[in-house]
Design a binder for this molecule. Structure first.
Ligand SMILES: [Zn+2]
Length: 469
């Protein structure tokens, strides 16, 4: 044990001594209904930002600023290390929450935190106020138990206020403040772990590209007896397009789709196989009746490590009762593509456009519109910052830490893109926490493990990852 590392017992004692204040403070924050999606809560979202800013100042951050956006404000905080050569870490989270009302099925007021057993119930308890807040006591514990007056790393925090309403202004916020946000690594605390007894770190998220294709045949619905069979039908065209998306092995057929996608290494496959995965249970959660996907891959590999093409909606022609004998004027399909490391959303857009152009028959006009895409992110397993997260979490939980990935996509990718820094994920939430659902909760023991993890993390990072410049 070196000077930069405190004994675990000292950290645990410190956390125990401050536990009540920590939970009381968190409860105060949870009482602010910072629902970013609802305009009548705009003042609450601002109040939540101000509340956090004050609390970060009280924690000791010498620089704390509330950054306005055209929507909801974000909070930025910075605490430089004494050692100028120490690495810089940016912690990301969000202070806005999903809508919640008692009548949605909550057992108590969603904005009046309730402790039941070892669980703290409130909207935002896990997603994401609890997981932002563990960083405050974590850095205090780090300082108090090492005798430092500044953290071992240059510590920055960015806590946005629009995550639950699409992070609309997030990318421009990050671009505008890129110099202030510059970091060697980003730590996202807005995720979870595999299970209460299985601490995990997430090493990547998939990206997302989405498009809508509108197909037009005749200028209006026309009689299928007079014209059917002699003119192209846009509903048939859209069905053929969708049918051609995958081959019989459920692989995506769009030429170039898998360009840049690396096969999993044996080590990556082994790490995924270490997770206690129960496919039957997973299917029940999926409310589905069979596992299905790309041949040659397990279910976890399919949802975390492989790119997909999914039909999100399809329509066209008459949908009412009885029949209507027409060749419809139009049809549509909404497609989304989950992307993995190595895939570039701009390339995907290009090849989807080219593929569509070759597949739509003459006489059918179409428009294809792409929404803003999200890039995938993946942290290499041997990245020193990832090793530090795994070690710190292992000490806090006193258990081996396993590796997961996230099949979804998130604003973390913007930080990766704009700042050019790897993204790591440190979360202590568990699947039963009920994100976005009634009775959202956080397990208090796990929340305190989050505190403990960060109490070890900054010292470990500074010691094992020297800044090379
Ligand atoms: Zn969240």
């Amino acid at each position: 044990m070196t000077m930069s590392q405190a004994p675990d017992s000292a950290v645990r004692t410190y956390i125990e001594q401050h536990r009540t204040t920590f939970l009381d403070d968190l409860a105060e924050w949870l009482r602010i209904p910072s629902v970013s999606a609802q305009p009548d809560h705009a003042a609450d979202v601002r109040r939540s930002a101000d509340w956090l800013a004050a609390k970060l100042r009280e924690t000791g951050f010498p620089t704390v600023e509330v950054w306005a956006t055209p929507g909801a404000p974000a909070v930025f905080a910075e605490w430089p290390a004494d050692d100028p050569a120490a690495p810089t870490v940016l912690v990301y989270g969000h202070h806005d929450v999903q809508p919640a009302a008692r009548e949605d099925g909550w057992d108590s007021d969603p904005f009046e935190p309730a402790v039941r057993g070892n669980r703290l119930h409130a909207r935002g308890a896990a997603d994401d106020k609890g997981q932002v807040f563990f960083h405050t006591l974590g850095v205090r514990a780090h300082l108090a138990t090492t005798g430092r007056t500044a953290p071992a790393v240059h510590l920055k925090m960015l806590v946005e206020g629009e995550e639950e309403s699409g992070s609309v202004h997030f990318r421009s916020l990050v671009e505008e403040h890129a110099d202030r946000l510059a970091a060697d690594a980003v730590i996202v605390s807005d995720t979870g772990m595999w299970a209460e007894d299985t601490p995990t770190v997430c090493t990547g998220m998939r990206g997302l590209a989405e498009c809508e294709i509108q197909l037009h045949g005749p200028d209006q619905d026309i009689h299928s007896g007079s014209f059917g069979g002699a003119v192209p039908n846009p509903a048939t065209a859209v069905a053929r397009l969708v049918a051609a998306l995958h081959d019989e092995h459920a692989r995506v057929t769009i030429p170039g789709f898998y360009d840049g996608v690396a096969d999993l290494t044996d080590r990556e496959r082994e790490l995924l196989a270490e997770l206690p995965f129960d496919e039957e249970q997973w299917l029940r959660t999926a409310k589905s009746y069979a596992a299905h996907g790309e041949a040659g891959h397990t279910t976890l590999e399919r949802v975390w490590t492989r790119p997909t093409a999914e039909v999100n909606g399809i329509g066209g022609g008459y949908q009412g009762p009885g029949s209507k004998t027409i060749v419809p004027a139009s049809a549509m399909v909404k497609l989304s593509f989950r992307l993995v490391a190595g895939q570039d959303p701009d390339h995907i857009e290009k090849i989807v456009r080219a593929w569509t152009a070759t597949r739509v028959p003459a006489g059918i006009r179409y428009e294809i519109t792409f929404a803003a895409a999200t890039r995938p992110c993946l942290t290499p397993l041997d990245h020193p910052a990832l090793r530090s997260v795994v070690r710190a979490m292992g000490r806090a939980f006193d258990k081996p830490v396993r590796y997961t990935r996230e099949g979804g996509s998130g604003p973390a990718a913007d930080l990766q893109d704009v700042l050019g820094a790897p993204v790591l994920f440190l979360g202590i939430s568990v699947p039963s926490d009920g994100w976005h659902a009634p009775n959202e909760k956080v397990e208090i023991d796990l929340l305190l493990k989050g505190v403990e993890t960060t109490a070890y993390l900054w010292g470990d990072l500074a010691q094992n990852w020297r800044h090379e410049s």
